[in-house]
Structures are given as C-alpha cells and as structure tokens.
Design a protein around this ligand. Structure first.
Ligand code: C5P
Length: 393
C-alpha cells in the first residue's frame, strides 16, 4: 500500500483536503496528514485523524511515536508527499529551503516524489516571486498540478482554483506507478485548434479545447520524455515543465514544427488544424453591408503529412476525429499521411468529443495492429497510448 503524506496549507480550499484524503485512501493509499499553522484556521487535526485513522501532525515538535522525530520518520516512510492545497507562502518557503514548521521541515527531509497542487488568489499565483519559486521547484523535480481558471473564493476570476480532487488522485496514482518508458526521448506535439483570419478582427476556428494535447504532454513528461508542444490558442493549461510554442494559424504551426522537429524522436499531431484558410484575408475590418459576403477558402498544408514526408527518420503519429469509425477508411488515411500510427476517436459520441474530459481511442498501426483504450480520462488515454507506442514502434 503506497504511503502518502498529505500536506495541507492555509488556503480556503483546505476543506477539500478532507475529501481528498478519503479519495486517496479509496484509491489504495495510506494517508497521513500534516497541517500548517494557517491550515488549522480552516480544518483540524482531529478531523483528519478521524478520517484517516492515522495521527495528524501540526506542531513541529510533535512526536506521535516517542523518541522518533516525526518529520524525519514520516519523510523516510513516504512514497510520495502531496501538498494540496499548496499556498504561495509554503511554496515560496520550500523553494528557498526554509523549514520553520512541520510541513516544510518534512519536505526538506523528503527524498520521494513531491507533488503540489497550488490554490491561491490569481494575483498571488502570478506574482513574480511565486512564479520564480514554481520554476525553481520544477527544476528540482517537484511536480505541479496546475490550478484551474475560474471564480476563486476572494471574488476574483483567474487561475488559482485547486485542481479537481479526481484529477489530483489520478495524478498521484500515475506518479506512484509511472513507468520511465520514454526516458531519453524527445516528443514534439501539435495541439489545440488553429485560427485562420478572415480580416483584422475575425477568424475561422473549431471546437478543439486543447485538453488532449495537454494530457499527452503531461503523460509524456511523467514517463520521462522531454516535450515541446506547438499549441494553437486554447484555455487548457500546459504543465510548467513543457516547452510551449504558441501559434495561431496552420501555416505558423507548420513553420514552428519545422523549427523544432530536428531534436524530436516522435512527432504526435493532436492539433485540430483548420483544413482551409481564407484566401486574401482582409488587413482591416470588413464593414457590414446588405450584400452577401463571399469568402474563398484555400487548403492549408497537412502539417503531420508534411512532417512525415520531410522527416523519414522520425516516428510520426496522427490523431483523427472521425464521425464514426470505418477501418478501411482509416487504413487508407494512415497510408496517405505516411504516419506510423493513428489514434482515432469517434466524435459522434458527445461524451468523448471535443472539450470533454474523457476520451476513447482506437489506435491503428501502419503494420496492421489495432488496440483499444476503452473509455478513460484524457490523461489515462494518453498514458495508455504512449505505452502502446513504446511497445509496438
Ligand atoms: O485529415 P484529418 O484532419 O482528419 O487528420 C487528422 C490528423 O492530421 C491529426 O493528427 C491532425 O493534427 C493532423 N492534421 C495536420 N494538418 C492538417 C490537418 C490535419 O497536421 N492540415
């Protein structure tokens, strides 16, 4: 049974740690909770002891077992330390090596993986000091579950909400049993939609959320790869340790990929690239008139097919959103694009279509093998797919 220390800091979201402790236990972990002083304004040690059946540490000099220094003892036993919610104060302290309470001393003494799920006011999250701590901790191997955008408790709107408990539990599970199958590999991903200008204010785009691309980037990082993601405009928040190259149009996406492809071993095309762009897009705003407006659309390059034909030494993998699955059509498309494999999802099912949190992939290989993921979260689909690719390519 994996041993997880759950460090709870003084954010309003501390109440969510009560459910989180139980969810981690349901997922098979032994959970021992450590509270900061500020956390005790929101939740209590008694609450966590009742929920977990384990002692809960709050005071630096507490020793549930006499003669055993708890911060060292717990750090030694832990398979993973999860800080959730992680506040700006605790993250800034840990980044600077400060150990002035039980949680921060325990973190200094820990050699196991550390995962942090920040939750704070959006301005505090964006503060240069916090951002530099996050960068420093990332470079030391701390894994982050990025906070979500939305309304936060203080009434503001922005990035700062604690990630969903389900996402945190899944992330912890993945870290605990991650394989390092992709260590030493570099992946180039395309992700999100493209936007094709009509004039200086309007554009054509599609419903891609970019979530599958972000899930693939996270899965690849967890499996030890280096990842560059050429991403069209999207709200999905990329993991901090992924190099993101933002682009708008299909042409920009192709150029960015060409700049980064040399260092890649695998190229995976997750982007929903616009198949057409507006020929001769207007440089200024097109004024409204009572007449019909006719736009001429001209085909965009097929990025993934172009990259496959220009880089025969690279392994190129495509995605395909299909309105129903026709194996013969897929086999032909695989050949046409010149890719090693193609992951197909059926967008006629709204539960796994654009923008949803789950997916269901059928992976077709150029050699004829076929594998099905079953319905899972996008992160689980990505992990499954990378394992399949590592095994079969
Ligand atoms: O032909 P279709 O759009 O269904 O192909 C999907 C696959 O091809 C995806 O991997 C997508 O990223 C890629 N693609 C591309 N450039 C395009 C169109 C699709 O790279 N212009």
């Amino acid at each position: 049974m994996p041993d997880v220390v759950l460090g709870v800091c003084g954010s309003v979201a501390a109440y969510r740690a009560c459910d989180l402790a139980r969810d981690l236990m349901r997922a098979g972990c032994t959970v021992r909770v450590c509270l900061t002083d500020a956390a005790q304004n929101f939740v209590t040690a008694a609450q966590f002891e009742a929920l977990t059946g384990q002692p809960c540490l709050a005071d630096t000099f507490e020793e549930p077992e006499r003669g055993r220094m708890a911060h060292i003892d717990w750090a030694r036993k832990a398979d993973l330390v999860l800080i959730a919610p992680a506040t700006a104060n605790t993250l800034n302290k840990v980044a600077n090596g400060i150990g002035d309470d039980m949680l921060t001393t325990l973190l200094l003494a820990s050699t196991c993986p550390i995962v942090a799920a920040p939750a704070m006011n959006p301005a505090m999250y964006q503060h240069p000091e916090t951002q530099s701590s996050l960068a420093k901790l990332t470079s030391r191997g701390v894994l982050f579950i990025e906070p979500q955008e939305g309304d936060v408790a203080c009434g503001e709107n922005g990035q700062g909400k604690l990630a969903a408990n389900r996402e945190i539990v899944e992330f912890v599970g993945t870290v605990l049993c991650r394989s390092k199958l992709l260590a030493g590999k570099t992946l180039l991903l395309t992700s999100g939609p493209t936007q094709e200008p009509v004039d200086s204010v309007r554009y054509l785009t599609n419903r891609s959320s970019g979530k599958m691309g972000v899930a693939m980037a996270r899965a690849a990082k967890l499996m030890g790869a280096e990842v560059t993601m050429v991403a069209g405009p999207s709200q999905a928040i990329a993991p901090r340790d992924v190099t993101v190259v933002p682009v708008q149009t299909a042409k920009e996406m192709l150029e960015a990929c060409r700049r980064h492809v040399a260092s890649a071993d695998w190229v995976i095309g997750l982007a929903a690239v616009a198949d057409y762009r507006v020929a001769g897009a207007a440089q200024t705003k097109i004024r409204r008139t009572e007449d019909d407006l006719v736009l001429t659309l001209t085909p965009n390059p097929d990025i993934i097919a172009t990259l496959a034909s220009e880089n025969l030494d690279k392994t190129v993998i495509a995605f395909a959103a299909e309105p129903g699955i026709d194996p013969e059509y897929i086999a032909d498309k695989l050949k046409r694009k010149g890719v090693a494999a193609m992951a197909v999802n059926d967008i006629s099912n709204p539960e796994i279509g654009f923008g949803s949190d789950e997916n269901e992939l059928t992976l077709y290989f150029a050699g004829g093998a076929v594998a099905k993921s079953g319905r899972r979260s996008k992160l689980a689909c990505a992990l499954w797919m990378l394992e399949q690719l590592a095994e079969k390519l």
